[in-house]
Design a protein around this ligand. Structure first.
Ligand SMILES: [Zn+2]
Ligand SMILES: [Zn+2]
Length: 293
């Protein structure tokens, strides 16, 4: 972006020179802080909270509620402990992709609270950019195959005897061959069924792929917070919904292409329909299920 435009935006940033508290245990400011500094001139302070109390990926502590509730509770934690106006938290969950169930998926949420202007705003995404995987196995050869696919050692692993239900002997954050061998030997010795359970360590500081997904989402949130509602001028104006169904130019059937994008405010109920970025008035028959079945 050109320097002048950048300067102007900083001057107009509703969060210029403000401090945002990030509630995290896993150093996520590495992924989040740059966007907030570059796009909003806001600085971020990590509030190192033991968010594991709200549940862990490896299952020792069950997660409370759905990921969105969890993100909100995490974000509110700082409210009771600091007198900052602004708070942010991040929450990830993993499983099959909602639209492509054969692919593993990283579902990330960033939850922002502006106590000063009295509004909450969250953004979320589903990303197939993840190494999320797990398996029961009984040899070092199999473990090496799993490790290679899981991008080990840049991405850490978790090992334990038997299966995911074993909560007493868990090796987390394994990120070297030595650690892996030690964990495997110990786990197989303790195993009652001859198997070792291996899974990818999904904590952000152990998983660069996840960190990059969070980084992309942080940029989206920072952009959104830099845009003001045309009606009430509250920060957080942006896309809240997409309407599919652009008509085929030949037969008029509704296609999967976007017909409109709905923009909304994070605080008031103002909404606007905006023509989608493809700027098409009609869909090419190639996208039509009737003309091109
Ligand atoms: Zn058609
Ligand atoms: Zn508004």
């Amino acid at each position: 972006m050109e320097k002048e435009k950048e300067k102007l935006m900083h001057k107009n940033s509703p969060y210029a020179l403000s401090t945002i508290i990030l509630t995290t245990k896993h150093s996520k400011s590495i992924a989040i802080a740059p966007s907030f500094l570059n796009l909003l001139s806001a600085e971020m302070i990590e509030y190192p909270t033991d968010t594991d109390k709200l549940g862990t990926f490896s299952g020792e502590i069950e997660r409370i509620g759905n990921p969105l509730d969890c993100a909100k509770i995490k974000c509110q934690l700082w409210m009771n402990l600091t007198d900052s106006y602004y708070g942010l938290s991040s929450e990830g969950s993993f499983g099959p992709h909602p639209y492509m169930p054969f692919l593993p998926c990283d579902h990330e949420i960033l939850y922002f609270i502006d106590h000063h202007r009295d509004f909450h705003l969250y953004v979320s995404c589903f990303s197939e950019k993840t190494n999320y995987n797990m398996q029961a196995l009984d040899s070092m050869e199999e473990l090496e195959k799993f490790s290679a696919k899981a991008l080990f050692p840049s991405h850490a692993l978790i090992l334990r005897p038997d299966n995911k239900q074993n909560k007493s002997h868990i090796f987390k954050g394994i990120n070297s061959i030595d650690m892996l061998e030690t964990a495997f030997k110990d786990s197989i010795k303790r195993s009652t069924n001859g198997k070792v359970w291996v899974e990818t360590d999904m904590r952000a500081n152990m998983n660069p792929l996840r960190m990059s997904v969070i980084q992309g989402l942080a940029e989206e949130l920072a952009w959104r917070l830099s845009a003001l509602c045309p009606k009430c001028e509250n920060p957080g104006w942006g896309k809240v919904q997409a309407e599919k169904g652009l008509a085929c130019s030949l037969c008029g059937t509704e296609t999967e292409l976007l017909k409109a994008e709905i923009y909304g405010c994070a605080k008031c109920d103002h909404k606007e329909k905006i023509s989608p970025s493809h700027h098409l008035l009609k869909a090419d028959p190639g996208n039509c299920s009737y003309c091109n079945p």
